[in-house]
Design a protein around this ligand. Structure first.
Ligand code: V47
Ligand code: SF4
Length: 392
């Protein structure tokens, strides 16, 4: 493999390939080359080399469910299809504390390992609200990992409560927060951020809140919303900031590129990027972010087949069962209107492209290795959460 690239590729590509095969870091200029000039197949070969060096054919998923407490929001991000302004709050939902707890309790006795909570920003969801919510989930179900909120919410909530980021994140930790998802990152560069996500926390504030969280010994993810008005330079700038912070803290687990979907939002006039751009973007991020362990394809957003293909372009994680409560994507034009996959479907999807399915918890501890597990193809076992294991 190494030889093929060394003999056939352009000189720039040979330099990059040399670095990748030697386990060295590529520069921003080289990253630009991979985005703009390199052939997709060559970028894919390099990304897959790194993926296999890190994980072999292992492909991770988890059993999770999402809760979005509200879709009413103070902000007006132009890419967002899901939020409703306060003056139109009758068109949205605003769950009470009890309603959220009822959603959590729906999973009592089910083998889920993670609840992912994220939603709009509203004054009633304040510091006390989230403290009470996290501690109640924690005491109701101590084994459930709480992955919740982004710096967008935390910045607003802490400012309103007049507490510093440091104090605020400590309070969240004490209340039961386990980790932070990667949302709200969008594109850090102000040229783009001010246009698409004006008013919410800046790129620097997003990074600072993650840094503080990592300093508390905790983990988080990072995303990048791509395929709208940003240029390739902005993507490289975004990833450089993440790579720099990761060098400092080591607290990021997973990078999740999120493809912009254009249904029913203020950027609907923009065409969506195609699958070739998606695959290239996964591969380039795998090559550039050498200090990130995992690259995740969020399957509801890109279709199941693209998720399968992405596993040959650097991706080693395809998120999880998700369940159908999540609306961020179904409202923005994703293929999946009611995203939910059974364990059976997830395992088969991974196996069909020759990869090795591993159920993980949020922190990548192995829950179950599905490599040699056979399923009985019985509809009774196709339930979203039930474990259809016949032999182990
Ligand atoms: O920050 C909103 C994105 C994000 C659109 O950490 C859109 O494991 C595309 O961060 N087109 C929230 N994207 C979701 C998120 C996430 C998802 C899955 C896993 C994890 C994780 C995190 O959704 C927002 C924004 O970037 N988003 N609208 C849209 N129209
Ligand atoms: Fe609000 Fe988040 Fe939508 Fe922006 S992306 S409008 S912060 S819900």
């Amino acid at each position: 493999m190494e030889n093929i690239l060394m003999h056939s590729a352009a000189v720039e590509m040979q330099q990059i390939a040399k670095k990748v095969f030697a386990g060295e870091r590529i520069s921003d200029e080289e990253c630009m080359y991979l985005y703009k000039d390199a052939s997709l197949s060559e970028v894919g070969v390099l990304a897959n080399h790194i993926r296999e060096k890190k994980h072999g054919t292992k492909t991770y998923f988890n059993r999770n469910f999402h809760i979005e407490p509200t879709n009413v929001c103070l902000y007006t991000c132009t890419f967002c299809s899901y939020s409703r302004l306060i003056k139109k709050r009758d068109q949205g939902w605003e769950y009470s504390h009890e309603e959220i707890m009822d959603l959590v309790k729906k999973y009592d006795g089910e083998p889920v390992t993670e609840v992912h909570i994220v939603g709009g920003v509203l004054p009633q969801y304040d510091l006390a609200f989230y403290q009470k919510l996290f501690s109640e989930i924690r005491s109701h179900r101590p084994d459930l990992h709480i992955k919740a909120l982004t710096p967008v919410e935390y910045h607003y909530v802490f400012k309103k409560a007049k507490v510093s980021y440091e104090e605020g994140m400590k309070l969240m930790l004490e209340a039961g927060l386990d980790s932070m998802p990667g949302g709200g990152a969008e594109i850090f560069h102000p040229e783009v951020r001010d246009e698409i996500a004006g008013g919410k926390c800046s790129g620097e504030e997003w990074l600072r809140i993650h840094e503080i969280w990592h300093e508390l010994g905790k983990r988080s993810n990072a995303t990048m919303l791509y395929g709208h008005i940003e240029k390739m330079e902005h993507r490289v700038d975004h990833m450089r900031k993440l790579r720099d912070l990761q060098d400092k803290t080591g607290g990021f687990q997973t990078f999740i590129p999120l493809k912009f979907r254009n249904k029913d939002n203020q950027l609907s006039h923009l065409e969506e990027v195609n699958i070739l751009d998606d695959l290239r973007n996964y591969a380039v991020s795998r090559i550039y972010l050498d200090n990130f362990d995992h690259i995740k394809a969020y399957w509801p957003m890109i279709s199941r087949q693209t998720a399968q293909l992405s596993l040959a372009y650097g991706v080693d994680d395809i998120d999880g069962t998700i369940d159908d409560t999540t609306k961020i994507y179904s409202m923005s034009g994703s293929e999946e209107q009611t995203p939910a996959m059974s364990t059976y479907d997830l395992v088969n999807l991974i196996k069909k492209v020759g990869k090795h399915p591993i159920e993980r918890d949020t922190l990548y501890n192995v829950i179950q290795d599905f490599e040699n597990v056979e399923f009985e193809e019985d509809k009774l076992y196709k339930g979203y959460l039930s474990l259809p294991v016949v032999n182990n």
